[in-house]
Design a protein around this ligand. Structure first.
Ligand SMILES: Nc1nc2c(ncn2[C@@H]2O[C@H](COP(=O)(O)OP(=O)(O)OP(=O)(O)O)[C@@H](O)[C@H]2O)c(=O)[nH]1
Ligand SMILES: [Mg+2]
Length: 711
């Protein structure tokens, strides 16, 4: 028999802007539940959650952590997440498996940009949410302002369950308007005394109690009627009503905390046990083929991998939630996504970096297993004979790209293995080799994300690497028609080579009429892998060139299009008409016409008013109003075309079109301009011509580099 059945397992995720106190609260919860006998702290670098060396060095959580407590007959799985925006992937994967979110608000700072970013994801997942106003012991704490800001950002459903009697260094009493009692803590925190609400707080507490009950009743007609009849609700009715309203995202209760002084975490855990939904009270999962999978411990065994880690001396650890049935150690499962058979050799409960063996985990529970053969994040594993695939986690697209290379030659293979491992445990990091730029690129969330990647490569894979600015994937095209001819002739002993081509090239656009003054005999259209098109016309009259040589000429043109004459970039949107030429009865062959085609194209291109195009991205920045000026100024220094500013949830949203060449350091720059109070996203928009001066410089740089390489 498992120690806890499905209805006694609660999964919570701790959320909030960096520094709001999630890891400190985790420590307080573990301590209160008796799982640890000494409370560690961030400053002493000894918390259960931030156990990683790099986390201790930086004083921030970087990787989400699974922990658990047992509190009055319930098991609470806690996922502590990083607040730093670069690691939002860790938050999203935790939200995929949590059934309640506890959003910490820093009572000194109020709602911060990290709170807002995470909130958007919780809305997507419809995760029931609690707001915990933390750091109430700080002399600059302002509970009312924090709650008001939360209401401005997240709506009027933010409802007070607790408020502090006094804030700052004197904070030690919390008035609870659900239970209608006061919790009074000793200086050292811990278990509070439960006292009647003092007279001078009664009126305020009663008004807030009324507001709370009305908020609960307003979401349920039967409860509303009863409340109107009797003027009060029974305890069980309030409990059920609260749970329902939280599940429907109709009510977000507010609690009070000082994680550092260990005040308020016990009551929070009690509320989680009593009111917050267990997995089987949430809507059943909808599988990829549209079926419902209820969270039932007697259903078919099925689990979902939300995270993997790979650490030296441990190996690959897969974290999962059981979405149906009961997973037992030794069980044979099938990976629906990869088709592999997997044996669950060991099952673990997790306590930060410690693993505790267990024999079974019921539906709704979260745990880990080691060394699966071919299983990755987002995979579903289930008993044989079923076909269940659960919805994957959608990770955010990257914000920043750098090129990576080895410091020492000869370690390329090792680097590629390291990057593969990195990618495996971090789905928000994308690694690719760009044949166009001839660089290995890392697309990531920001400079902190990159610093973590470097740290892992150095520490786990013992490799030295360096990052550099990636080359820009420019394109080349033409702006006017030009004609050229080229004769390729070679007669140096043996068989000769001969091919002559007359060619017209023009800028191509959709719906363009057929070429004028030429005799069109054939037309082919080639969409290019790098965007745009090549349209190729055969306009040869009188058999001047045999049609069998046309593909060779095309090959020559294509070759040059892959290494444009201006900067060696891909060429796009050109129409090529071959309209005359000459053959030699013996010496003409494919290679001759390929060379003639390439050279004719190159010459014509130079005469056709060539133009370098650069990628432009659509950029959206969200920042507090007081930072709009500096953010705009910075964008303008990046050749940005600012398109608009609007207000969105207390933030200013700036939209602009910015050339990619100017965005390389944007993630770190915006962080330093705004002290991390802004967020941005960017996506490719279009290719546009670069300014004249830049074109000149790019082309000169390219040709002088070529000369250097030759020399
Ligand atoms: N005064 C006061 N300080 C606190 C409290 N809770 C946390 N802190 C301090 O705030 C700082 C940040 O706390 P953390 O627990 O690391 O915050 P976090 O939310 O885990 O931060 P990230 O991991 O970066 O997302 C640390 O120096 C804590 O000691 C609190 O209740 N009161
Ligand atoms: Mg933390």
């Amino acid at each position: 028999m498992p120690e806890f059945d499905t209805s006694h397992v609660k999964n919570i995720v701790l959320l909030g802007h960096s520094g709001s106190g999630k890891t400190t609260l985790t420590e307080a919860m573990l301590y209160e539940a008796g799982l640890i006998n000494r409370r560690g702290s961030i400053d002493e670098k000894n918390t259960t959650s931030d156990y990683n060396e790099l986390e201790q060095e930086r004083g921030n959580t970087i990787f989400s952590k699974l922990l658990h407590t047992k509190w009055r007959g319930y098991k609470i799985n806690i996922i502590d997440t990083p607040g730093y925006n670069d690691f939002v992937g860790e938050v999203i994967s935790a939200l995929r498996v949590a059934d309640t979110g506890v959003m910490l608000l820093n009572a000194v700072m109020g709602v911060e940009v990290g709170t807002d970013i995470i909130w958007d994801y919780t809305e997507k997942f419809k995760t029931p949410m609690i707001f915990a106003v933390n750091k109430l012991d700080d002399d600059d704490a302002d509970f009312d302002k924090t709650v008001q800001e939360a209401r401005n950002h997240f709506g009027g459903n933010v409802t007070i369950i607790q408020y502090p009697r006094q804030q700052g260094s004197g904070f030690h009493e919390i008035i609870d308007v659900l239970r209608m009692i006061m919790y009074k803590f000793k200086d050292s925190g811990g278990k509070p005394e439960k006292l009647p609400i003092p007279d001078d707080e009664k009126e305020k507490a009663e008004n807030l109690h009324k507001e709370l009950i009305e908020a609960v009743a307003s979401n349920d007609e039967a409860l509303m009627e009863k409340y109107f009849d009797k003027g009060e609700l029974e305890e069980d009715e309030i409990k059920d009503g609260l749970k329902k309203a939280m599940i429907n995202h109709d009510l977000f209760p507010v609690f009070c905390l000082s994680g550092a002084r260990n005040m308020g975490s016990g009551r929070l855990m009690g509320f989680i046990d009593n009111i917050c939904p267990s997995a089987n009270e949430m809507a059943p999962q909808t599988t990829m083929n549209g079926q419902k999978l209820p969270c039932d411990e007697n259903g078919p065994a099925c689990l979902f991998i939300y995270k993997t880690t790979s650490e030296p001396h441990v190996g690959e650890l897969s974290f999962f939630k059981v979405f149906s049935g009961t997973i037992k150690s030794g069980m044979e499962l099938v990976n629906e996504t990869t088709g592999s058979a997997e044996k669950i050799n060991q099952l673990f409960l997790v306590e930060g970096n410690k693993r505790v063996n267990t024999n079974e985990l019921v539906a709704g529970d979260i745990g880990a297993t080691l060394k699966l053969k071919n299983t990755h994040v987002n995979n579903t594993l289930h008993v044989k004979g079923k076909n269940i695939e659960l919805q994957p986690i959608e990770f955010p697209s990257p914000n920043m790209t750098v090129a990576i290379e080895n410091v020492n030659k000869g370690e390329e293979e090792k680097l590629s293995e390291a990057l593969h491992a990195l990618r495996e445990e971090d789905p928000t990091m994308i690694v690719e080799f760009s044949p166009e730029l001839k660089q290995t690129l890392i697309h990531c969330q920001g400079d902190m994300h990159l610093a973590v990647a470097k740290w892992k490569i150095e520490h786990h894979h013992k490799l030295d690497v360096k990052f550099s600015k990636p080359k820009i994937p420019y394109r080349e095209t033409i702006r006017k028609m030009a004609e050229s001819s080229y004769r390729h002739k070679k007669q140096s002993g043996g068989a000769g080579q001969f091919g002559e081509v007359y060619m017209r090239i023009e800028p191509w656009y959709e719906g363009m009429p057929d070429p004028k003054g030429l005799n069109v005999r054939g037309r082919d259209e080639y969409p290019l892998d790098w965007g745009g098109k090549l349209v190729y016309f055969n306009c040869i009259v009188g058999g001047a060139i045999d049609t069998r040589f046309l593909p060779s000429i095309l090959k020559g043109v294509m070759e040059k299009m892959q290494e444009g004459p201006l900067t060696g970039s891909y060429v796009r949107d050109v129409r090529v008409c071959v309209y005359d030429g000459k053959m030699h009865p013996v010496d003409s062959n494919d290679i001759s016409f390929k060379i003639a085609g390439l050279q004719a194209f190159r010459q014509a291109f130079k005469e056709a008013d060539p133009q370098i195009l650069e990628p432009v991205y659509q950029v959206e920045v969200l920042c507090p109003e007081d930072l709009t000026g500096p953010v705009m100024g910075d964008l303008q220094s990046r050749r940005a075309l600012v398109e608009g500013i609007s207000t969105e949830n207390n933030f200013q949203k700036i939209t602009a079109k910015v050339p990619l060449a100017e965005m390389h350091d944007y993630a770190s720059s915006i962080r330093s301009i705004t002290q991390g109070r802004a967020k941005f996203n960017m996506k490719f928009h279009e290719y546009v011509p670069v300014p004249y001066d830049l074109q000149k410089k790019l082309s000169e740089d390219y040709h002088s580099n070529l000369k250097e390489e030759v020399a």
